[in-house]
Design a protein around this ligand. Structure first.
Ligand code: M6R
Length: 624
C-alpha cells in the first residue's frame, strides 16, 4: 500500500519520479505527490486522485521552476490510512521550516503520542496524517545533529526511526542537500536500484527497471542513503550494514501493457507461459520433481507431521486447493488458514510442522506476521512467492519462487495459476521424498502437470462466448458461484474476482451447502455459475454437482456451467456451457479458473470500471 520512489543522479528527477510512480500506481491511487530539490529550494506538488491529476498539475512547470529542473527527488502514490484522501493529506509532508520533505508507506502506530508531544512543543500540523509527525521529528533531529556530521540527514533519520513504532518506509530529502535521498525501513518494502552515476529507492523494482536491473535488497530496521555514486546502508543504531545485490531477470517491457487494453487482460493471456516457467527445470523427464533450490533438506521434509498453509485473498484460495492435493498425495494432515486470523487463535505448531506462506507480493503484512508467529513456535516455513528479495521469502527457511513475472493489475490472475503450479510441485515433492505415493504415481501426475500450460492456452482460445455472456450479465444484481472439492475454492475465487472488479454482490458456495441456506438467494433469473468436476474423477462428486445444478435451475436460476469436454450429463441443465479440456481432478483449477477471470474482467469493463485499479484496493496490503 502506497508506492514510493526516490532518485539522485543526472536526469531530470521529475521525469524519473513520475515514471516510477506510474509503474507503482497499482500500490495505491488515492493521491500522488513529488518533492524536488534544486539550488537550495524544495519544490513540491501534490494532488488528490490518480497520478494523472499530479501529472497535469506539474505539466505547466518550466525548467526555470525548481520542480522541473532538479535532479534529486522523491514521489509518492497513496492508499489512505490516516486522513481522508485529499490534497492536504497527500504526501510529501513538510517540516515547519519547509526544509525537509517526507513520504511514507505504512502506519506509525505511536503517532498520536508523537503528535501530542509535537503540538505541546508548538508545532502546527498541516494534515491529519501520521506521516507528518516524521517530517517534524526529522527536522528537529536534523537540527540536533552537528552540522559537520557526515551523512547528517541519515543520522537524523536513524534518530527518528528509533522513536517510531509500527510499519514504515520513509524517504526524505532536504533542500540544502542537492544529491541525497535518505530512507528508513521497518516491516514495509524498500529496495535500492544501482545505476551509473545515479541511484534509486523504491517500493519495488518496477519503479526503476527501465534505468537499471541491478537491485539491492535492504533489510529490516535499516537506514539507507543514496547519492549519485553510492548506496550506504546502516542499521537504525548506526552500525554499517550491507544490502544483498541481485539482478532483476525481467525488463521494463514485462511491466507494460504490450498492446492490451488492461494489464489484467495481458496477465490472463500470459498464464500458459507463466505456468510453464514455474514448472521449468523443476520436473525431470523421468517424472521426478527437482526442488533443490528450496533449502529444506529431504530429512527435514520426512520429519514433518503437519502442514499449515497461510495466505490472504486469492493466495488463500490457492492454499485451499493445495490442501486437497497435499493430503491426497502425502497423507500428511494439512490445514489452511487466513493469515490474518492465524496467530490470534494460538495454533498448535512445533518443529515438525511445515508452514507454507503463499504470497504474490511477498509483502502482505498479515502473512508476514503469521509467518513470524510460526517461526516463534519453531515451525519450518516455506514461502511460495512471486517477488524476488521481498520480506516473506527473506524471513522464511525456504522459498519456491513462482515465475509469473510482474503482476501489475490489482486483481490476481497469473500469480494464482503459478501459485497452484508451485503448490502442486511442493505436494508431489513431499510425496516423492516421503515415499508415500509410489514413484510411478508421482510420475503420472508430473506428466499431466507438464501438459497443463497447453490446456490453459486451449481455454484462452475459446473465450469469445464468455465475453458475450459477460456483457449480458453486466446488469445483474448478483452472481452466485458453486463448486465442490477443488471446485469450491475456484468458486470462491470467481466470486472474489467479480466483487473486486465489478463491485457486484457475488458469493461462492460449496455446492453441498446450498440446501443449508444459500438456495434461498435463488430467484427467477439469478445467474449461477457452477464449476463441475470431471465425470472421470470421483463419479459421485460429478453426479452430486449435476443434482445441485438441477436444484437451482428448478428454482429459476440461469445456469452457467463450466464443464469438461465430453461431459454430456450437464447439457440439459446448462443455459450457457463453457467447455474446458479434460484434466485430472486435482489439476482442474488450472483450467476452470480462467473463464471466471475473463468473466469478471469483461463484466467490470461493461460496467465502465477501471479493471486494473479497482476502487478502494491496492495491490500489496502492507498494513494489517
Ligand atoms: O501479494 P499477496 O499474494 O500476499 O496478496 C494477497 C491478496 O491481497 C491478493 O491475492 C488479493 O486478494 C487480490 N487482489 C485478489 O485478486
Amino acid at each position: 500500500m502506497c508506492g514510493i520512489v526516490g532518485y539522485v543522479g543526472g536526469q531530470r528527477a521529475l521525469d524519473v519520479v513520475l515514471e516510477g510512480l506510474r509503474r507503482l500506481e497499482y500500490r495505491g491511487y488515492d493521491s500522488a505527490g513529488v518533492a524536488i530539490v534544486h539550488q537550495g529550494e524544495l519544490a513540491t506538488e501534490k494532488k488528490a486522485g490518480k497520478l494523472a491529476n499530479l501529472t497535469e498539475a506539474v505539466s505547466g512547470h518550466t525548467v526555470a521552476d525548481g520542480i522541473a529542473a532538479g535532479s534529486t527527488g522523491i514521489g509518492h502514490t497513496r492508499w489512505a490510512t490516516h486522513g481522508a484522501p485529499n490534497d492536504r493529506n497527500a504526501h510529501p509532508h513538510l517540516s515547519e521550516d519547509r526544509a525537509i520533505a517526507v513520504i511514507h508507506n505504512g502506519i506509525i502506530e505511536n503517532f498520536a503520542q508523537l503528535r501530542t508531544e509535537l503540538e505541546a512543543a508548538g508545532v502546527e500540523f498541516a494534515s491529519d496524517t501520521d506521516t507528518e509527525c516524521a517530517a517534524h521529528l526529522l527536522a528537529r533531529a536534523y537540527a540536533e545533529v552537528p552540522a559537520d556530521t557526515t551523512s547528517r540527514l541519515a543520522e537524523a533519520m536513524r534518530r527518528v526511526a528509533r522513536r517510531l513504532e509500527g510499519a514504515f518506509t520513509l524517504l526524505a530529502v532536504h533542500r540544502d542537500l542537492p544529491d541525497v535521498v535518505v530512507g528508513a525501513r521497518r516491516n514495509s518494502p524498500l529496495v535500492a536500484g544501482r545505476g551509473q552515476g545515479e541511484n534509486f529507492l523504491a517500493s519495488d523494482v518496477s519503479a526503476f527497471i527501465e534505468h537499471t536491473r541491478e537491485a539491492v535488497e535492504l533489510g529490516q530496521d535499516q537506514v539507507v542513503e543514496i547519492t549519485p555514486d553510492a548506496i550506504t546502508v546502516t542499521t537504525f543504531a548506526g552500525a554499517a550494514a550491507e544490502g544483498r545485490d541481485y539482478h532483476v531477470d525481467w525488463d521494463a517491457s514485462a511491466a507494460e501493457k504490450g498492446g492490451y487494453d488492461h494489464f489484467m487482460l495481458k496477465e490472463i493471456a500470459e498464464q500458459p507461459q507463466a505456468v510453464a516457467d514455474t514448472l521449468r527445470g523443476r520436473l525431470t523427464e523421468h517424472g521426478e520433481i527437482l526442488l533443490d533450490e528450496m533449502r529444506l533438506s529431504d530429512e527435514d521434509l520426512r520429519d514433518i507431521d503437519k502442514v499449515f498453509i497461510i495466505a490472504c485473498g486469492t493466495a488463500y484460495h490457492a492454499g485451499m486447493i493445495a490442501k486437497y492435493a497435499i493430503e491426497h498425495w502425502t497423507r500428511v494432515p494439512c490445514e489452511v488458514e487466513l493469515a490474518s486470523e492465524f496467530r490470534y487463535r494460538d495454533p498448535v505448531l512445533d518443529r515438525s510442522t511445515l508452514v507454507i506462506a503463499i504470497s504474490q507480493s511477498g509483502e502482505t503484512m498479515d502473512t508476514l506476521m503469521a509467518l513470524r508467529h510460526a517461526k516463534e513456535q519453531k515451525a519450518r516455513v516455506l514461502a511460495i512467492c512471486n517477488t524476488n528479495g521481498t520480506t516473506i521469502p527473506r524471513e522464511s527457511d525456504a522459498v519456491l519462487y513462482t515465475r509469473a513475472g510482474p503482476e501489475v493489475a490489482v486483481a490476481s490472475t497469473k500469480a494464482f495459476l503459478t501459485q497452484l503450479a508451485a503448490v502442486y510441485l511442493v505436494g508431489l515433492y513431499l510425496a516423492q521424498v516421503r515415499g508415500i505415493k509410489y514413484a510411478d504415481e508421482v510420475s503420472a501426475v508430473v506428466e499431466q502437470l507438464q501438459r497443463m500450460p497447453e490446456a490453459i492456452a486451449e481455454v484462452l482460445k475459446t473465450m469469445e462466448p464468455v465475453r458475450e455472456l459477460a456483457r449480458d450479465l453486466a446488469k445483474s444484481g448478483q452472481v452466485l458461484f458453486l463448486g465442490r472439492h477443488v471446485g469450491y475454492p475456484v468458486a470462491l475465487e470467481g466470486a472474489l474476482k467479480l466483487k473486486e472488479l465489478a463491485y457486484m454482490h457475488a458469493e461462492g458456495f460449496a455446492a453441498g451447502e446450498l440446501k443449508h441456506g444459500p438456495i434461498a438467494l435463488i430467484d427467477q433469473g439469478t445467474p449461477v455459475v457452477a464449476v463441475v468436476p470431471s465425470p472421470h474423477g470421483r463419479e459421485s462428486l460429478h453426479g452430486k454437482v449435476v443434482s445441485n445444478i438441477q436444484e437451482v435451475r428448478a428454482r429459476g436460476a440461469r445456469t452457467i456451467i463450466i464443464a469438461e469436454e465430453g461431459d454430456e450429463d450437464v447439457v440439459p441443465y446448462a443455459d450457457h456451457l463453457i467447455r474446458v479440456p479434460r484434466t485430472p481432478t486435482l489439476l482442474a483449477p488450472l483450467v476452470t479458473t480462467v473463464p471466471l477471470q475473463v468473466l469478471a474482467c469483461e463484466i467490470a469493463t461493461a460496467r465502465g470500471h477501471d479493471v486494473d485499479q479497482p476502487r478502494n484496493l491496492a495491490k500489496s496490503v502492507t498494513v494489517e
